[in-house]
Structures are given as C-alpha cells and as structure tokens.
Design a protein around this ligand. Structure first.
Ligand SMILES: NC(=O)c1ccc[n+]([C@@H]2O[C@H](COP(=O)([O-])OP(=O)(O)OC[C@H]3O[C@@H](n4cnc5c(N)ncnc54)[C@H](O)[C@@H]3O)[C@@H](O)[C@H]2O)c1
Length: 248
C-alpha cells in the first residue's frame, strides 16, 4: 500500500499526524532531525501494524532528502501523500532583522515545502490519489510583531498551495493547507508560558481550550483522504473559532 511522508514527525503535530495516519491503516514515512523523538513516533505507529520507515535528516538538505526519498521508495510500494509539518518559529522582530535568521525560517517552513512537492510530484501523480498538506497557520492571515519571517512563511504556503493545486490538480494531485490556531506543542510552550498568554488565548477561543496535536492531525488525515476528494488549493482553519470572532 502507498505511504505518506510526514516531516517533523518527532514532535507535536507531525507526530500526531503520523500516528493518526497509522491508526487509519496508512503506511508512513517519518522524517525529522530528532532521532529519539522519531523512534518514539515510529514505535507508536508500528502498534497499528502498518509499514513504517524513518530517516533522521535536516529537511533543508537537498542531498539528504534525495537519499532518504530513494530509501523510502525502495521500502514502500509507492508514495501518495506528503505532510510538511517540520517547522521553526524563529522569533525576531523586523527591527532586529538579520538575513541569516530570516532565511533559516523561510528555508525550513516554505522553501522546503516547495522542494519536497517538486521532488515528490512524479510518485504522487503515479499514485492516482496523491495529496499534499502544508502546515500553514492562522499567522498566515494575521501578523505578529515577533514573527515576521514566520508569518511570511505561513502566508507563502497559502500561495504555494494554490499554485501547486493548479498545476498538479490537472494530474489528480490535490494540494491544501491546514491553518491551526494555538496548539499545545513544544514549539508553542515558551510563548504560552509568557505572562497571561495561555489564559488570554483560551479566553478568546469560543471552544474554550487550546488545540491538542490530535485536533490538527485529524483535519490533516481528512484532507489526505478520499472524503476530501474535491478539496484542492484551499486552507482549513482549525482554531476552535479563535479567528472567527472579533475579540471585542
Ligand atoms: N503549535 C502551534 O500552535 C502551531 C500553530 C500553527 C502552525 N503550526 C505549525 O505546525 C508545524 C508543526 O509545529 P509543532 O507545533 O508540532 O512544533 P514542534 O516543535 O513540536 O515540531 C516541529 C518538528 O519539526 C522538526 N524540525 C524542525 N526543523 C527541522 C529540520 N530542518 N529538519 C527536520 N526536522 C525539523 C523538529 O525537530 C520538530 O520535531 C510547524 O510548521 C508549525 O509552524 C504550529
């Protein structure tokens, strides 16, 4: 059976997505920098009896991606899904801009999403039911003073999804974004622990809680599944209603 590649699979949303796919009976290819975290995700996925392969790599490294992709294609029957969940936030206001840090955030979050879509487009087309999901964010629609590079990368993913959906949709491959609100993961914890941020976000969310990684993973599994067969080039906001209300 064809497999789905999940980047950022050692932690947070990527880990939950790998496990949710495995629970749905779908083989997974798990990539991350963090080998221990990756092994823990792989072990959890294997309990569902599906094929799992892993690679410890920096997803921005083109030759490492190529080698890992070759190994995955040898191990699995084919590849019909891509979830780019590897991401970094890189807080840095525009007043403290450095090209190096800006490029580091854009490279992981956005450029690698485009590179992976390019590198996987042939197997995704061949699969006949290929689908791609990028982890954008509600920060793709709004701004935050500490996160210009992050916001730009997440807005960029919305454009990338639309353009790729146009090109690859003609060959049966769907490309969409999921836009989470505040999800309780290691990436967000330092921000939640600052001042009243945790209580403020919960208070502004109609559903009255933070998202858990599973909440986002289930939306991603939907976007990859036949149930979303006519959903292409769009984004699904999963934020408990945080951005649906004015906040007044
Ligand atoms: N947590 C949130 O509130 C939230 C909200 C909206 C969007 N997102 C997005 O969801 C995605 C997952 O975030 P998360 O909250 O699960 O974060 P996380 O920090 O828990 O997980 C991110 C994973 O990406 C991996 N990673 C980072 N850079 C890498 C690289 N160069 N090569 C390989 N692996 C790399 C990390 O090792 C980590 O395992 C990110 O794109 C993030 O921007 C998160």
């Amino acid at each position: 059976m064809n497999a789905t590649l999940v980047t950022g699979a050692a932690s947070g949303i990527g880990r939950a997505t790998g496990i949710a796919l495995a629970r749905a009976g779908r083989p997974v290819i798990l990539w991350d920098l963090n080998e221990d975290g990756l092994n823990a995700t792989a072990e959890a996925c294997r309990t569902f009896g599906i094929d799992v392969s892993t690679a410890t790599l920096d997803v921005t490294n083109e030759s490492a991606r190529r080698a890992a992709l070759d190994a995955a294609q040898e191990y699995h029957a084919g590849i019909n899904g891509l979830v780019h969940a590897a991401g970094v936030s890189g807080p840095q206001p525009i007043s403290a801009f450095t090209q190096l840090e800006w490029s580091a955030v854009l490279n992981v979050n956005l450029t690698t999403a485009a590179a992976l879509t390019h590198e996987l487009h042939a197997p995704l087309i061949e699969a006949g039911d290929g689908a791609v999901v990028y982890l954008s964010s509600i920060e793709g629609f709004f701004g935050h003073q500490w996160l210009p590079a992050y916001c730009a990368s997440k807005a960029g993913l919305l454009g990338l999804a639309r353009a790729s959906a146009h090109e690859l949709g003609q060959f049966g491959v769907r490309v969409n974004c999921v836009c989470p609100g505040a999800v309780q993961t290691p990436m967000l914890e330092p921000f939640l622990d600052l001042g009243n941020n945790r209580a403020t976000i919960i208070g502004r969310t109609p559903l009255g809680r933070l998202a858990q990684p599973d909440d986002i993973a289930d939306a991603i599994v939907f976007l990859l599944s036949p149930a979303a067969r006519f959903v292409n080039g769009t984004s699904l906001v999963v934020d408990g209603g945080l951005t649906a209300i004015s906040g007044i």
